[in-house]
Design a protein around this ligand. Sequence first.
Ligand code: SIN
Length: 477
Amino acid sequence: MVFDLPSQSCRIGSLQVTGSASSTIRNPATGEILACVPHLGAKEAALAVDAASSAFRSWSRGTAYDRAALLTRWADLIEDRYASLAELLTAEQGKPLKEAQRELRYGNSFVRWYAEEAKRVYGETIPSERADQRILILKQPLGVVAAITPWNFPVAMVLRKVAPALAAGCTVVLKPAPETPLSALQLVELAAQAGIPEGVLNIVTGPAEDIGAVWMADPRVRKVTFTGSTEVGRLLMSQSARTLKKLTLELGGNAAMIVCADADLARALSGSMFGKFRNAGQTCISVNRFLLHDHIAQSFTERFVEQVRSLRVGNGSDPSSDIGPLINEDGCNKVEDLVNDALRSGATLLLGGKRIKGTFFAPTVLADVTPSMRIAQEEIFGPVACLSTFNDDDTAIRTANDISHGLVHYVYTEQLSRAFRYSEELEAGMVGINGTAISCAHAPFGGIKQSGYGREGGHHGIDEFLQVKYVSIGIAS
Ligand code: SIN
């Protein structure tokens, strides 16, 4: 498919920057070249901070109602282009078209929600113990925000970060993933068309090391919001320590889905298919480990394998595809390596287990996976389901928690007290009871442990871009 992309350049302040070199973006399903984008570096990264810093004063001083109106116009323009943006998203990332359409709606819901939330950044007054003092708490935008986004949700992760930042009154320098910059470039153009002023949202495409290093060192960047690997999150944290930036780090997960003996199996099966195979398993909240109670393990496994067998693997642009390619060769090699390691360590192959062609990996089901296997400890990021069994809640909770990550776990049970026990004892920033489709604009998404910190979504999400100022006012008593 050929896209009618405007000449690819990066909007930085009033400039459209092309740079002297470019990077080729290919469709992971076909290898076809989609576009070339600027390969920018330290100079343009600094230019973007200059632009965002100059724009901050007037953007933050405008009213929340002004910002809300512009964000709403942006959301309208995005919505008008859902069809073409979904095709572009599928072409650059590989996910099936129906998932790309869903991602567009999901991502844009953050723009609409934060347009409204901008109007609800309330401060406080606190009673003083002194008659001659009044205490006010102001909530003010932090300043320039660096947003660094991943390739697995090229639209939603941009909008989930940029919308609350702009709503709060911050300005943004954005670096999309090198694999999937095309949707992000389009979103930034639409923001400009919506009337969001020059310098408020700037985009820089190019190598993460060069751009990130400039942003982390620049004291004008007051906040970094990043989704990606724990390793890079740690690096950003150490690089930003000298300038003491506020950070939101969404660093991946290793979710367990615990299916209890009293679970509604039909519901658990449908949650499993979405929770495991959305985006070919390349989702931070994908189920990595299925923990099945002994009493239901056989019946769940038989039905699950049948449903997985019916998934159609193919180019995401084909409407009948359920699973597209993995993002690249490295991603595919990693999945292959984890599966082979599990099989050598005693796991049983029930379905799939290998690459089909290119970076298309067969939907795979492994049984007898044990907690010590690498595949149970590492984030798989591929369409591989790992099954094991348990016979009491203590063991399930211990096994689920016995990992370094803590983003999300899921539990299927029809018993209220059991649901509460799991919700309280699972070590994760999020718990899904009887459902895996938990992400939404109005609830706080985020992790604990090596999954990072900070929240995206809901009123917690806008607080990440605000600072609290205490004002003490002396008056005549
Ligand atoms: C992610 O994989 O980080 C995002 C998934 C989601 O928002 O549901």
